[in-house]
Design a protein around this ligand. Structure first.
Ligand code: KG4
Ligand code: ZN
Length: 350
């Protein structure tokens, strides 16, 4: 529909410079420049390296998005940018760029929450999100369960990780197996040749004693330590480490807990839609297990395609589009980058 808003989204919270353009729920461009290879030899994202890479990539990535969508800045109705949470210096590059474009072209500016954008991106693939929905966000920095009544106006946190994030656990286990960074995609691949039942790794916060205080919380640090101890014991005995079996068994432990808690959250809240977002939502086993378990309870699972699960600009544009459609007030031009932005702040409205 031509009267749907044309929204530009800018994402620079971590190591991906993303610029997306959407019209309503239709994705027109999703330009991405990644600095992931520059971080690989350090085994994790180096903030200063990420900031510099964003500075170099932002203008060419903007240009590529305009070219791909076949539009110009003058055509854009609103500009959305991730203003938090994330790496402060990295966020600043996107926020400064968005302000510059908004000021120069006199466009409304929306500072948005990166995590809410991970939820919104699914609309580009599956259309409007039925609400209320339960959202499970699983990325390198966050693992949370949220009740989403109205994404444009707020979300209710139900639980979160009390230690490592799910993606962080993948990255740490990959490192101890010598598989490189980021760990999720490579563990996902190696697990395909392994037996998920080979090693009984622990399922954090699933005991009945955890139900009262931590029903919807996650803990992955005990699992990571259990994998480390298991690998050390093999090495001490001079035995080879079966990387495929360790990967599959570790991945199974993470996916088992994530899907069980997500389905429990849906049932406890009488909700029939589960949307999964964030980099770990790209995991092939998580997608299959969530689908299988949800089906038994009449719950519909929505997971965007893997390229939309990891960080990108389209997710920011998708959330911007939702905010414009809902009539939410734009942000001020002195919008700050907020590295610790609360999960309950969907967009900055003052
Ligand atoms: O959402 P994202 O791109 O960036 C953050 O906001 O953190 O998530 C990155 C995380 C990394 O920890 C990465 O290892 C993990 O997502 N990841 C995966 C897969 N692809 C990316 N984890 C498990 N399986 C995957 N296929
Ligand atoms: Zn993310």
């Amino acid at each position: 529909m031509p009267d749907e808003p044309l929204v530009l989204g800018i994402e620079t919270s971590c190591d991906e410079t993303g610029v997306g353009i959407v019209r309503g729920h239709t994705l027109l461009a999703d330009a991405l420049a990644s600095s992931v290879e520059q971080h690989a030899r350090f085994g994790g994202v180096v903030p200063e390296v990420a900031s510099r890479a964003h500075l170099e990539a932002i203008v060419p990535t903007m240009q590529r998005a305009f070219d791909d969508a076949g539009v110009t800045l003058a055509d854009i109705d609103a500009i959305a940018v991730t203003s938090g949470p994330g790496l402060a210096g990295a966020l600043l590059v996107g926020v400064a760029a968005a302000k510059g474009y908004a000021l120069a072209a006199e466009k409304p500016l929306y500072g948005v929450n990166h995590l809410a954008a991970h939820v919104a991106v699914d609309t580009l693939e599956h259309g409007p999100l039925p609400e209320p929905a339960i959202a499970m966000l699983v990325s390198g920095g966050h693992s949370s369960l949220l009740l989403v009544d109205d994404l444009a106006n707020g979300v209710t946190p139900l639980g979160a990780t009390i230690d490592d994030a799910a993606g962080e656990a993948f990255d740490k286990v990959a490192r101890l197996l010598g598989l490189g960074f980021p760990g999720g995609p490579v563990i996902d691949r190696r697990a395909r040749a392994g037996d998920p039942a080979a090693i009984a790794f622990p399922r954090g916060l699933t005991a009945s004693k955890d139900q009262a205080a931590h029903r919807f919380d996650f803990s992955f640090s005990g699992l990571k330590t259990a994998v480390a101890r298991w690998v050390e014991a093999r090495e001490r005995d001079g035995e080879p480490v079966p990387v495929a079996d360790v990967s599959a068994s570790f991945q199974e432990a993470v996916c088992d807990v994530l899907t069980a808690k997500a389905i429990d959250a849906c049932r406890a809240n009488g909700v029939e839609t589960l949307v999964i977002g964030g980099g770990v939502a790209a995991n092939s086993r998580l997608r299959v297990l969530a689908e299988q378990r949800a089906e038994k309870h009449g719950i519909r699972v929505r997971v965007p395609r893997p390229a939309l699960c990891t960080d990108n600009g389209a997710m920011v544009a998708a959330l911007g589009s939702r905010l414009v459609a809902a009539g939410v007030a734009p942000s001020r031009l002195d919008l700050p980058a907020d590295s610790a932005m609360s999960l309950t702040t969907v967009s900055v409205t003052e």
